[in-house]
Write a protein that binds this ligand. Structure first.
Ligand code: ADP
Length: 213
């Protein structure tokens, strides 16, 4: 199994792009954010430990994430795996490195988007309450207002997508996650892609990188 780490600030479009790679190029996606939200809706012990941190926009403790990551990797199928949302700090990058015999990181792809665009992307984001498909009120609206194109269920705003939580998340990104980019840069394993512009334009940039692997 080879891992591709998809990294970037909240709102950079990691989830949207990862879904396209899954649909079109047969990648398997592991999203720690989605996995945590699943645990919360199940009311599990992990979900209980995570929910307070997530609601505030803070990082969930590393030991909780390691449990999630291991479970997801063990369930994971296929050769090409995308990691969306992990590692999010230096300690997590080092932890992932300890698993490299079994799960080596081939490349970290950084979706690069400026602050102003990030904020407007997150505040207008809506997700399906049932299947989790992402939309944007302005950039990617559903065909019918408030209804998921894929499964017909209602769209909601994530509790951590409100303006005050977004500020915390962007701050956490700058303080903790940017170091992860540096970690992979030093190992010649980081490529930055311009993440601004329409979804399909960004996707084409991504495919150029991924197909060269
Ligand atoms: P985004 O990338 O837009 O911030 P995610 O869905 O990836 O959204 O993550 C939402 C929240 O889940 C984060 O703010 C954090 O609380 C938690 N989370 C996800 N992945 C991690 C991680 N690797 N380490 C710590 N917390 C995480």
């Amino acid at each position: 199994m080879n891992l591709l780490v998809l990294t970037g600030a909240p709102g950079a479009g990691k989830g949207t792009q990862a879904d396209l790679l899954v649909e079109n190029l047969g990648f398997h996606k592991i999203s720690t954010g989605d996995a945590l939200r699943r645990q919360i809706s199940l009311g599990s012990e992990i979900g209980k430990q995570a929910s307070g941190f997530m609601e505030k926009g803070q990082l969930v403790p590393d030991d909780v994430l390691l449990k999630i990551l291991k479970a997801e990797l063990e369930d994971g199928s296929g050769e090409k795996v995308l990691l969306d949302g992990y590692p999010r700090n230096l300690a997590q990058a080092e932890t992932l490195e300890t698993l490299s015999d079994q799960y080596p990181v081939k490349l970290a792809i950084h979706l690069d988007v400026d602050q102003t665009l990030l904020k407007s992307r997150i505040c207008g984001r809506r997700v399906c309450s049932s299947c989790g498909s992402p939309y944007h009120l302005q950039y990617n609206p559903p065909k019918v207002d408030g209804v998921c194109d894929k499964c017909g269920k209602g769209l909601v705003q994530r509790p951590d997508d409100s303006e005050d939580k977004v500020a915390v998340r962007l701050d956490v990104y700058r303080r903790e996650t940017e170091a992860v980019l540096e970690y992979y840069r030093e190992r010649n394993k980081c490529v930055s892609i311009d993440g601004s512009g329409a979804t399909d334009v960004v996707y084409n940039r991504l495919v150029d990188v991924v197909s060269g692997l």
